[in-house]
Design a protein around this ligand. Structure first.
Ligand SMILES: NC(=O)c1ccc[n+]([C@@H]2O[C@H](COP(=O)([O-])OP(=O)(O)OC[C@H]3O[C@@H](n4cnc5c(N)ncnc54)[C@H](OP(=O)(O)O)[C@@H]3O)[C@@H](O)[C@H]2O)c1
Length: 313
């Protein structure tokens, strides 16, 4: 598992550690990242952009028993909307290194690639993203995921691959920066606490990180039945619009639903505009892959709101 020290990686290690032997890879150490420590987990501190060191790590994995499955989570993303050299170095060149070394050294039977629903452009109003939607987003992050998804096809003779497009993942501790920022603003006394951009109908498909463990258990059971290169959406049906989010969050915190101030998008701050442009889906419905469907849980408002406010205690 590359990217084992990240948000998804740490949770997946927890889910799989009792049932699988796992070789985790990341630049940070287990201790530094807070990744679980367990007799079934071996750790390699390696930068996937450094081909020589990555090759040495892959050889050690091969000598240590090899791997039937490679879960590739390592990637760069941030919410600045800026271009960053790591999109190319890690997301594209690093992935190339991982794929080439799978072909020449590790020979896994299956490769799971972490992509994103944000790889796709926002669907038009009333339309939905599905597994068949093209990865046609224009943002540099989306483009890096599109290149990654396309690259897998070049290795079709070497191993089967599956693309998992994740929705926006959050935890009981929030851990999804835009959601943290929205709740932190709406539940504060700041001047913009009641401002929503546009009609408040831009929306995000949120998924609790807990669901990712469940999805991977289902996925691992059914990998053999998936078509080569198949796309799976790790997403709830539908997306939560910001008006609903605002109303429910304020109800939970104040005991009543605050009335938002709806401000035309052109008058909103760049953060709100950028968010709408890059990450959010207006009136969209995003579906779990059929056959991998699981019940998704609703957002745990109380714990999220408690966390937002305890962070300033
Ligand atoms: N979280 C979400 O809401 C979400 C949504 C859609 C898609 N995804 C995708 O899911 C995957 C995992 O996301 P995440 O939320 O777990 O991300 P994250 O918390 O930012 O973790 C990224 C992981 O990649 C590793 N990494 C980054 N650059 C690396 C490099 N050059 N060499 C080796 N390791 C490197 C990081 O490890 P070190 O820093 O220790 O090197 C870390 O383990 C990513 O591909 C992301 O694009 C996530």
């Amino acid at each position: 598992m590359t990217g084992a020290s990240g948000f998804i990686g740490r949770h997946l290690l927890d889910t799989l550690k009792d049932t699988h032997r796992i070789f985790g890879m990341a630049r940070r150490s287990q201790a530094h990242s807070g990744a679980p420590v367990h007799p079934n987990i071996s750790w390699f501190q390696v930068d996937i952009g450094d081909r020589e060191r990555l090759a040495a790590a892959f050889r050690s994995v091969a000598e240590g028993g090899g791997a039937e499955l490679l879960i590739h989570l390592a990637a760069h993303y941030d919410f600045t909307g800026e271009r960053h050299p790591e999109y190319q170095r890690t997301n594209v060149d690093g992935l190339r290194n991982v794929l080439d070394l799978c072909r020449s050294v590790l020979h896994p039977g299956h490769f799971v690639f972490a992509s994103s629903v944000a790889a796709c452009a926002c669907p038009r109003a009333g339309a939905a993203l599905t597994e068949a939607s093209p990865a046609d987003g224009k943002h540099v992050y989306s483009v890096s995921k599109r290149i990654g998804e396309a690259m897998l096809a070049e290795y079709g003779r070497d191993f089967h691959s599956t693309v998992v497009r994740f929705a926006a993942l959050f935890s009981d501790w929030c851990e999804y920066a835009p959601l943290f920022s929205f709740l932190g603003t709406w539940l504060s006394s700041a001047w913009n606490a009641r401002i929503l951009g546009g009609k408040g109908l831009s929306a995000v498909p949120y998924l609790h990180i807990r669901e990712v463990g469940r999805l991977f258990r289902l996925l691992l059971d059914r990998l053999g039945g998936l078509a080569p290169g198949e796309v799976v959406l790790a997403s709830p049906d539908g997306a939560v619009d910001h008006l609903t989010l605002f109303r429910e969050a304020t109800l939970c915190y104040y005991g009543y639903r605050r009335r938002p101030l709806l401000v035309p998008r052109v008058l909103c701050g760049p953060g709100i505009r950028a968010g709408n442009r890059n990450f959010f889906f207006t009136h969209s419905h995003v579906y779990c892959s059929s056959g991998l469907r699981g019940d998704t849980e609703t957002i745990p408002w109380s714990s999220l709101i408690l966390f937002i406010h305890s962070s300033s205690w």
